[in-house]
Design a protein. Structure first.
Lengths: 112, 113
């Protein structure tokens, strides 16, 4: 089983749509969780951290369910500029040298 | 600040050749990382460093070597290039002590033929 699993997509949605991505992780000791965004042929960049209570940043909402080892990202009112690959990232904690484990990513294509 | 810079941007190697991928950061970050990204796969950690003079293996270290003589630089060495090393290589850095955000360089695309 992969440490971090994501639906690869692609998710093809029209502008203005709401889209949700899911991610599961296998290490129950993981302490920190993130969503990174990667544009085509570019480096990954932090989109947002994910907190247990859930957190929102504009049109983006991230949620964490520790019991189910599940992370989600909701994008409302999709824009063309949201087209990218979204990487679910988990920090294994100090026992694992605080190394990040990356999912393979979910591709989002927003069309006009 | 330039952030994390990598050179070269693109390189073609023949099997058996060697090369060094350069990575420099100007944010005074102690932690630095090398990842490779294959198509449709997540980033895999090759090597990492928690400070000058300290390096450690990641998930996929075979065929690579690193050094960390300064805080700023973290070069990755390929000694005998193989087709399996065709990939995109990203260098990243982060603060120690709390800051978990990793900042990535623009990547080096390597093709081994």
């Amino acid at each position: 089983r992969k440490e971090v699993e994501q639906d690869p997509g692609p998710f093809n949605v029209p502008e203005g749509a709401t889209v949700a991505f899911n991610c599961t992780y296998s290490n129950s000791a993981s302490q920190s969780f993130f969503w990174y965004r990667q544009d085509c042929r570019k480096e990954p960049k932090l989109l947002m951290s994910v907190y247990s209570s859930g957190n929102e940043d504009g049109r983006f909402t991230a949620q964490l369910n520790r019991a189910s080892q599940y992370i989600s990202l909701l994008i409302r009112d999709s824009k063309l500029s949201d087209s990218a690959t979204y990487l679910c990232v988990v920090n294994g904690g100090w026992e694992y040298g605080n190394k990040l484990v990356f999912g393979a990513g979910t591709i989002l294509r927003v069309k006009s | 600040n330039a952030g994390v810079t990598q050179t070269p941007k693109f390189r073609i190697l023949k099997i058996g050749q060697s090369m060094t991928l350069q990575c420099t950061q100007d944010m005074n970050h102690n932690y630095m990382y090398w990842y490779r990204q294959d198509p449709g796969m997540g980033l895999k950690l090759i090597y990492y460093s928690v400070g000058a003079g300290i390096t450690d293996k990641g998930e996929v270290p075979n065929g690579y070597n690193v050094s960390r003589s300064t805080t700023e630089d973290f070069p990755l060495r390929l000694e005998l290039a193989a087709p399996s090393q065709t990939s995109v290589y990203f260098c990243a850095s982060r603060e120690s002590g709390g800051g978990e955000t990793q900042y990535f360089g623009p990547g080096t695309r390597l093709l081994v033929l």
